[in-house]
Ligand binder design. Structure first.
Ligand SMILES: N[C@@H](CCC(=O)N[C@@H](CS)C(=O)NCC(=O)O)C(=O)O
Length: 223
């Protein structure tokens, strides 16, 4: 079985869980949580030297990291990844947008408010990120006024990439009332088959950090 490393509070992890759940791929999850500093622990750095979640480990011990690369890998051959080269580039365009312009504003704001030292101590950084988040959301809003989904008229991997931190915008201190097309799009995704709500675990089995690493101390070891 594939193993995914990451916690439920991470949107980057959730997008991978959403996709695996949608595609009915059975997996187990090891709870590696940023608020507890676990991605930076020596045991986990052997799996992902960059110290971030998500990572996935295949049964042979091969590891793949970066949520976008993981989505790409699993979506191949499904309807979530288009066959046409130009359409594929469009999906990638939005996935790169998510990683460079959207997630670095919305995910960081959410983290600063809920998991770091709190909004008061991070006021300056939050003020700096707020216009960037608004800009990213406006770009999405304009696209979604014309298109049903973000990269096509049907749901694609790019929608999975963008869903979690957009749906969590209120946790980043951003209201979506001025973004009606985004609100419509969120509802559409929530109405997709086998939709996995935020904070819900889709894993067949879940292990704590301690349980997994006690049993698998070496790189590539599987239970
Ligand atoms: N580009 C990476 C970003 C992953 C990322 O930033 N993960 C956060 C949790 S959402 C993390 O593990 N942070 C741990 C840390 O920075 O200490 C991806 O999309 O997979």
């Amino acid at each position: 079985m594939v193993t995914i490393f990451g916690n439920l509070e991470s949107g980057n992890v959730h997008k991978v869980q959403m996709l695996l759940h949608r595609l009915e791929i059975k997996y187990r999850r090891v709870d590696v949580a940023q608020p507890r500093g676990e991605p930076r622990r020596a045991e986990y750095l052997k799996i992902n030297p960059i110290g971030k979640v998500p990572a996935v480990m295949f049964e042979d011990g091969d590891v793949l990291t970066e949520s976008g690369a993981i989505l790409y890998y699993f979506a191949q051959g499904s309807k979530l990844w288009p066959g046409d080269r130009r359409a594929q580039a469009e999906v990638l365009r939005w996935m790169f947008f998510e990683q460079y312009s959207h997630e670095p504003a919305l995910a960081v704001m959410q983290y600063l408010i809920h998991f770091a030292d709190g909004p008061e101590r991070n006021r300056e950084r939050l003020e700096e990120l707020r216009p960037r988040a608004a800009n990213a959301l406006m770009v999405m809003e304009n696209q979604l006024r014309m298109w049903k989904f973000i990269a096509a008229e049907i749901v694609t991997t790019a929608d999975f990439a963008l869903y979690p931190y957009t749906a969590w915008a209120y946790e980043a201190g951003v209201e979506l009332k001025d973004y009606p097309a985004i609100r419509r799009w969120l509802k559409q995704i929530e109405g997709e088959p086998r939709f996995l709500p935020l904070l819900q675990d889709g894993a067949a089995e879940t292990l704590s950090f301690a349980e997994y690493f006690k049993a698998s101390p070496g790189l590539g070891a599987t239970l």
